[in-house]
Design a protein around this ligand. Structure first.
Ligand code: ADP
Ligand code: MG
Length: 695
């Protein structure tokens, strides 16, 4: 296979733009892409027509504005290119207006009360900074989605706004350090995507997987991941074929799928792409998740993206690798080799330390969902407490700054008089898999994000936080720019910042119970669940930075919080209903059937004078379990009813968390015990062993 040849063959990327568009039009488009310059209609018409011709050659008959509403998935509505001619024939047409703006009747998308059904109009607007692509006979046009009155209704707009905010602050910041060339700083992301693959035939037998993407029942298999024999293990043939097929499909769509391997849990795998801009990275991750699911079906498999599809088995995350690049190709989180670059790097590092400490709640919120709640804090996942891992060497450098001390490497000793700052090796320390936000040499890896999450939100929040801190440093240091004491003033400031915010740095084991106590002592927030953290979205300090950088208005922020809380409640409601349905109509009848079968055997055996010790014990045990199972079903149903009667969105979510979810746990443990006491062939749904080992 010739990878460079197939790579991005279905993408209208820069190369295609350049080769297909007239020179002046290409230049105008570049201006729009790079500087956000408005595009006149004549230019838009030519661009649209060119894209259409290209798409039709690729087999497209339709186009769709593709957007990312607050539902958590992508949305599309397809229109054909068809137009009528006076003679009654059809021609393929596509105008600039159709490219630039769409008007989906959007009343069915969540808006958190920002849009009533009576004013249902929503607009999609072309986002030229991402690429159009062709898939399944349609031209996909990445767009943002806003309401008639201009409120944002999607996940992409805040991301794009945050990228602008970050760029402005970062450019201003870089000027302090004598960098006059850079005009744009772009946030970058490489999202490592974890997923599970199971056989479609088993999936089809489980309503919980079909309706909720996770198993609501299921006893643990005798063998879990304790032998650590899954991570990086060689690939089973069926999995290898899937991954090969997936790579090709992703490459065609211009997604730089680079790394693939087995993950820690049985049946768990990972795909990591090469990083790109946050904007493109977000679109590509959404697309990758869709393609992963579709390709799986071709192989008789189902790809599960839920954060915790199997209880007691590692969950899936999406390691969000984040950094910033300048338009002259510098990675701002690269420590660099010279003292001045070092100073700039250390200041950026301190800006991140300050930001993550001050806005730890936002970081936590950016990864909050009902699904991810099962993961954070359990097994291999990072804990729900936000902290930063820097590694020993960087930590030592920062300590030296703080204490006016000396920094020692193995070979030499440096006075920390900034000028003499050492160039330190990038990979100077071990990795820390337990940290939610870890420095990995030239980027930060945010590991809290859930596997099914859209990464727009975490990246938008991260960008906004960093925009705020870089502009704070610029405010504090601008008056010293170019002066002799600039370096000493920077050093003084870093020292202050570190004194105040060092508490967020933690290089130890984030899974240990001691860390929870230590974090509490340090005053770090520990929001165990989505309902604990979401209300802080609208805390005054958060409202302030979102407003300052024009990311969300207070109204938009309130609406978003409500949508997230509602989604939380709805998710648990669906899960609870699914449990009740499976329990009443499948699991309990199976248990009762078996009990009566055992009882029949007892009565037959007794008639001919045989002993029935084991049968009697089994029947009694299962009968008691079935009784408590029945009671639990009744309780869960009545709690569901009470929950649905609560009008206040926050109180309702809390009720779902405190009562419904708690009862679901009880019910599950009873069911799992019943399963362990039933013959395999009498249990009506596939077992964990069958699902995760039988691929
Ligand atoms: P690891 O297992 O070490 O975390 P992977 O190769 O699985 O490594 O993933 C690392 C991810 O980080 C890749 O997606 C990679 O492209 C991404 N990455 C590397 N450099 C940057 C950067 N400057 N900005 C954002 N992401 C980056
Ligand atoms: Mg990683």
């Amino acid at each position: 296979m010739n990878i460079p040849e197939i790579f991005a063959e279905n993408v209208f990327n820069h190369e295609v733009m350049k080769s297909r568009l007239p020179k002046n039009i290409y230049k105008a488009l570049l201006k729009t892409i790079n500087n956000g310059a408005a595009m006149d209609m004549t230019t838009a018409d030519i661009v649209a027509n060119t894209i259409k011709d290209w798409a039709v050659e690729k087999g497209a008959t339709h186009y769709t504005h593709w957007f990312q509403p607050l539902t958590g998935s992508t949305a599309e509505k397809h229109d054909s290119f068809i137009s009528t001619t006076p003679s009654g024939n059809a021609i393929m047409e596509f105008s600039g207006k159709e490219l630039v703006k769409g008007e989906p009747d959007a009343s069915s998308f969540p808006s958190g009360g920002l849009r009533q059904t009576s004013t249902a109009r929503g607009y999609t607007a072309w986002d030229p900074t991402s690429y159009c692509f062709v898939k399944e006979g349609s031209l996909y046009i990445p767009t943002v989605f806003v309401s008639y009155t201009g409120e944002i209704l999607d996940k992409k707009t805040p991301l794009l706004r945050s990228m602008d905010a970050l760029s402005r602050s970062a450019v201003r910041f870089l000027r302090l350090f004598g960098n006059d060339r850079v005009t744009r700083v772009t946030s970058t992301v490489g999202a490592e995507q974890e997923y599970f693959l199971i056989d479609k035939k088993m999936y089809d037998q489980r309503e919980d997987l079909i309706l909720t993407d996770r198993t609501l029942f299921g006893a643990n298999p005798p063998k879990g991941q304790e032998l650590d024999d899954q991570y990086f293990a060689n690939l089973k043939p069926r999995i290898a074929e899937y991954m090969a097929d997936l790579d090709v499909e992703l490459w065609k769509l211009g997604i730089y799928s680079k790394t693939k391997h087995n993950e820690v849990a049985p049946a768990q795998h990972e795909m990591a792409p090469i990083f790109t801009t946050s904007n493109l990275g977000t679109d590509q991750n959404e697309l990758a998740m869709e393609v992963m699911k579709k390709v799986a079906l071709r192989h008789g498999l189902v790809c599960l993206l839920h954060e915790k599809p199997f209880k007691g088995v590692n969950g899936s995350g999406k390691h969000n690798n984040w950094s910033m690049s300048t338009d002259d190709g510098q990675n701002l989180l690269d420590p660099g080799d010279t003292p001045m670059e070092n100073l700039q790097f250390l200041t950026i590092l301190c800006a991140l330390i300050k930001g993550v400490d001050e806005y730890a709640d936002l970081m936590r919120i950016s990864a909050a969902s009902a699904g991810n709640d099962h993961r954070l804090g359990a097994d291999e996942a990072p804990p729900a407490i936000i902290s930063m891992f820097l590694g020993e060497e960087l930590d030592a450098v920062l300590k030296a700054i703080e204490e006016d001390g000396v920094y020692k490497t193995q070979t030499s000793t440096f006075e920390i008089g900034i000028n003499a700052l050492p160039s330190f090796p990038k990979d100077s320390t071990d990795r820390n898999r337990t940290s939610p936000f870890a420095f990995t040499g030239n980027r930060f890896e945010f590991r809290m994000v859930g596997s099914s999450d859209n990464i727009a939100c975490p990246n938008a929040l991260l960008n906004t936080i960093v925009a705020e801190e870089l502009s704070w440093f610029a405010d504090s240091l601008e008056s010293f720019k170019g002066s002799d004491n600039f370096e000493s003033e920077v050093k003084k400031l870093l020292k202050d910042v570190l004194k105040k915010h060092r508490r967020i740095i933690f290089n130890g084991d984030g899974y240990s119970p001691e860390w929870i106590q230590e974090a509490e002592r340090r005053g770090l927030p520990n929001y165990a669940s989505t309902v604990d953290c979401l209300p802080h979205y609208t805390d005054e300090k958060n409202v302030r930075i979102f407003r300052k950088f024009n990311i969300y208005t207070p109204n938009e922020l309130k609406a978003r919080t409500e949508v997230l809380l509602e989604t939380y409640s709805k998710t648990i409601r669906i899960e609870a209903r699914t449990m009740v349905e499976m329990a009443r109509r499948k699991l309990l009848p199976a248990a009762l059937d078996y009990i009566s079968c055992v009882c029949r055997s007892i009565s037959v055996k007794k008639q001919i004078g045989m002993t029935c010790n084991s049968e009697e014990k089994i029947a009694a045990k299962l009968n008691a379990l079935a009784d408590s199972f029945y009671d639990s079903i009744e309780r869960l149903e009545s709690q569901l009813e009470s929950a649905c009667k609560i009008n206040d969105i926050r109180k309702q979510a809390e009720y779902f968390h405190d009562y419904v979810l708690a009862e679901m746990d009880i019910m599950r443990s009873v069911a799992d015990e019943i399963e362990m006491n039933m013959p395999c062939d009498k249990w009506p749904i596939p077992t964990y062993t069958a699902m995760i080992y039988n691929i």
